[in-house]
Design a protein around this ligand. Structure first.
Ligand code: FES
Length: 356
């Protein structure tokens, strides 16, 4: 079974005009199910105008017994995010999947590290949980955040970031950039891109100090930041990317794969089920859902990894992959929302979550 639970909304707090933090109460019996690695996300489910919608939102606070919080920013035309921002209120119950996602970092008390987060807009959300957890758990570690926004008015978590800085003034470096606000410092004016990062590297930030880097925001910013960090000598393995969800995104057919009529065995909860692909199925996930399987998924765009499964036999082809790491691919994990069978003997296992 896909693991959704009905959680009660404990509170809804405004962050900006467009964004709210939603905190759910986690009952004692579910606390281990909702344990998370900072950087992971929750998938919320709701039926709007007769259609079931699922969306992923990053967990935005460190682990606190009995509650878990996500931030939701309403986007233009976003049906779920508009609903979440305007209509979810304290006391309601919402279907919430247990935490998922590969992005993030599990702080280790004995480790001393130097970490970099680069975020733009609502890309700050997972960073807040990662930074707070790391600074709290690793007493000698340092964190630098480069955070880009249009203006201070659209900046999410202004107060939360100020609180973190107050708590750990010597271990947290905050560098905030604004693209549409005039500032005394030209260095802090503008978007985050390769040129800006290099300029920061000449004056404010020693990029060679970092052990790990976390990047989240619009795709162009992320690509630019990753390329720049690689060119500055940071190993690719130390750079972790969290791509934004693509609301309403759907699977794209894997190139040159014609799977119509093929049968795939889906293993879930220890049971095998045979599903047959039709010409309209864009993925194994599509075919399985159409035939009544209750599989985990959220974005259907190759981003969130909620639909991850392991290929036990046969071969599949994925249209796209924004979330699985090379070691997961090597171990046989695939995104079922992007995968189609290319051999007739495919078995995929949804119980295998060993590398989550
Ligand atoms: S459902 Fe998000 S990657 Fe497949």
């Amino acid at each position: 079974m896909t693991t959704f639970h009905s959680l009660t909304v404990a509170k809804v707090e405004p962050e900006t005009r467009d964004a709210v933090t939603i905190t759910f109460t986690v009952p004692q019996a579910l606390q281990s199910a909702y344990a998370f690695r900072p950087g992971q996300h929750l998938t919320l489910k709701a039926r709007l105008a007769g259609e079931e919608l699922r969306r992923c939102y990053s967990i935005c606070r460190r682990a606190v017994p009995g509650e878990i919080s996500v931030a939701v920013k309403a986007i233009d035309g976003g049906r779920f995010s508009g609903y979440a921002r305007a209509q979810i209120k304290a006391g309601m119950t919402i279907d919430v999947m247990v935490p998922q996602g590969n992005f993030g970092y599990q702080p280790q008390p004995e480790r001393t590290g130097s970490y970099l987060a680069i975020a733009a807009g609502s890309g700050i959300t997972p960073m807040l949980a990662i930074m707070e957890s790391t600074l709290q758990t690793e007493p000698h570690s340092q964190f630098t955040l480069i955070y880009g926004n249009r203006s201070s008015q659209t900046m999410m978590f202004r107060q939360a970031l100020a609180d973190l800085k107050d708590r750990w003034p010597a271990r947290l470096q905050l560098v905030c950039l604004f693209s549409q606000e005039s500032l005394d410092s030209e260095l802090l004016h503008g978007r985050i891109d390769g040129e800006k990062l290099r300029a920061l590297g000449k004056t404010l930030i020693a990029f060679d100090q970092f052990d790990e880097a976390f990047i989240c925001g619009p795709a162009a910013m992320m690509d630019d930041a990753e390329t720049t960090l690689l060119s500055l000598g940071m190993p690719g393995k130390a750079i972790h990317l969290e791509r934004f969800n693509t609301p309403g995104g759907s699977a794209r057919r894997a190139a040159n794969v014609h799977a119509q009529g093929q049968t795939v065995v889906i293993r879930q909860d220890g049971r095998d089920r045979h599903i047959t692909l039709s010409a309209d199925d864009e993925s194994i996930l599509d075919a399985a859902l159409r035939q009544g399987a209750d599989l985990p998924y959220a974005c259907k765009g190759g981003v969130c990894a909620t639909c991850k499964c392991k290929v036990l036999r046969g071969e599949v082809s994925m249209a796209t992959n924004y979330s699985l790491e090379p070691d997961e691919l090597a171990a046989g994990y695939v995104l079922s929302c992007q995968a189609l069978p290319v051999t007739p003997d495919v078995i995929v296992d949804f119980d295998a979550k060993g590398m989550a």
